[in-house]
Write a protein that binds this ligand. Structure first.
Ligand code: NDP
Ligand code: HSE
Length: 427
């Protein structure tokens, strides 16, 4: 029998994800040791309430309310608390004590990534975070390692399971947003405060992480343009369906001439695009790279056991480096590109207008587009009584010109209402 050196793991948090990680570390210790080349001992689990019921059957004696003492006696610290504090302070303490760290905390990485990576680099420790973006899907390692020799041009991602679940239920079953959110919360997909999901903040944090990795730079969270799904209506979903589109909340990261851009907003995606068939709480990240071409990473983006898979992969990987020795690999942030102003990104709009049904109206509407330098690709008109509905899809144009067009339409006399404005992506 092989004798392994044993590494002590401190688990911080035993909620949806942490309890599953703990159960796997305890139940599959021999298998994980043989993969890591080191014994992986769950030394303790720090939580807020040591007596709270858990999703998995875990030994009571492992629980503690004192994370600091546990951290100081561990080789690997796994942070699954979430949020900024105390997670940030505990991770810095762990790195400061020379421990390697695994985290799934995108909110913390997006807000304080540079500080945490610098702390890891200073002591030669590793900071792994595969579960922070798109749950179980391997996307961090592909971007950081597998594509390190290529040039990523664009990423289109469905990176929030809760909102994809909600939009999919609205699209396929006609459910309301609140009803679908309640189910997503029960299933453990939503954040402790689901506002972060439905307002797009969770996806924005993931977009900042993906853009930084893909373009070898640091993308501040404040620079990510963010719109959630609270304004998406049943009428928009229905008319998208009829026009051959699906509404998805997309995280879009691009390398433009004006710099790097990361944005999150609902968008119309053609029903034929691979992202349109991503259902339920699944996530998918569509990567366009110069040499590799189009790649798609698909799977479970949330859920306790699914996310635990990515966390365990990081633990095994960190343990292997412990055995091999040597410092952890620092993040690649050498690129000097700046952040592109949001107005400079190129996109398409679908605009639905309620207008008077009389001569000259179409010409007046066309004039507004022309004045803003926006080219129209398609116009669809349907009429009822004295009113008409125009559904206009533009060609690619700068965001600032498209937003200017909508503003000008709103104040034009022939336009009764700008009923819907959605960007169109993936054409
Ligand atoms: P939960 O809210 O289910 O669990 C959080 C855990 O942290 C609980 O066990 C809680 O203790 C513990 N905790 C909270 N505050 C403290 C504190 N001050 N000191 C010690 N322990 C504390 O979170 P999740 O498991 O859902 O998420 C964990 C992380 O994983 C987050 O960063 C999240 O964004 C990320 N993630 C989650 C996914 C998911 O599907 N759920 C998917 C991908 C990433 P107690 O139980 O005693 O209250
Ligand atoms: N709340 C997140 C989601 C969990 O719904 O995708 C995964 O990060």
């Amino acid at each position: 029998m092989i004798e392994y050196r044993t590494l002590r793991v401190a688990l911080l948090g035993a909620g949806s994800v942490g309890s599953q990680v703990a159960a796997q570390l305890l139940g599959r210790a021999d298998e994980l040791a043989s993969r890591a080349g080191a014994g992986i001992e769950l030394a303790g689990i720090a939580v807020r309430d040591v007596d709270a019921p858990r999703d998995a059957d875990l030994p009571r004696e492992l629980f503690t309310a004192d994370p600091e003492e546990l951290i100081l006696s561990s080789d690997i610290v796994v942070e699954l608390i979430g949020g900024i504090e105390p997670a940030r302070t505990l991770i810095l303490k762990a790195l400061g004590s020379g421990a390697d760290v695994v985290t799934a905390n995108k909110a913390l990485l997006a807000a304080h990534g540079p500080e945490l990576f610098a702390a890891a680099e200073q002591v030669g420790a590793q900071l792994h975070y595969e579960a922070a973006v798109a749950g179980a899907i391997p996307i961090i390692r592909p971007l950081r390692d597998s594509l390190a020799g290529d040039r990523v041009q664009r990423i289109l991602g469905i990176v929030n399971g809760t909102t994809n679940y909600i939009l999919d239920e609205m699209h396929t079953k006609g459910l309301g947003l609140e009803e679908a959110l309640a189910v997503a919360t029960d299933l453990g997909y939503a954040e402790a405060d689901p506002t972060a999901d439905i307002e797009g903040h969770d996806a924005a944090a993931k977009a900042a992480i993906l853009a930084g990795l893909a373009f070898h730079t640091t993308v501040p969270l404040e620079s990510v343009h963010c719109e959630g799904i609270t304004g998406v209506t049943a009428a928009q979903i229905e008319s998208a369906k009829q026009a051959g589109y699906v509404v998805k909340l997309l995280a879009i990261c691009e390398q433009l001439e004006s710099g790097v851009s990361a944005r999150v907003h609902p968008a119309l995606v053609p029903a034929t695009h691979p992202l349109a068939s991503v259902h339920g709480a699944n996530n998918a990240v569509f990567v366009q790279a110069e040499a590799a071409g189009d790649l798609m990473f698909y799977g479970a983006g949330a859920g306790g056991i699914q996310t635990a898979s990515a966390v365990l992969g990081d633990i095994v990987s960190v343990a292997r480096r412990h055995v091999a020795g040597g410092p952890g690999v620092a993040e690649s942030t050498a690129s000097a590109v700046g952040i592109a102003p949001f107005g400079s990104i190129q996109t398409r709009y679908q605009i639905s207008l309620e207008v008077d049904d009389r001569p000259g109206v179409l010409a007046a509407v066309a004039g507004v587009f022309s004045e803003q330098g926006v080219s129209v690709e398609t116009v669809l008109q349907s009429s009822a009584a004295s009113a008409a509905t125009l559904v206009i899809v533009t060609h690619l144009a700068p965001e600032s010109a498209l937003a200017g067009t909508v503003e000008a339409l709103r104040s034009n006399d022939v336009v009764r209402d700008v009923a819907s404005v959605l960007r169109v992506e993936g054409l």
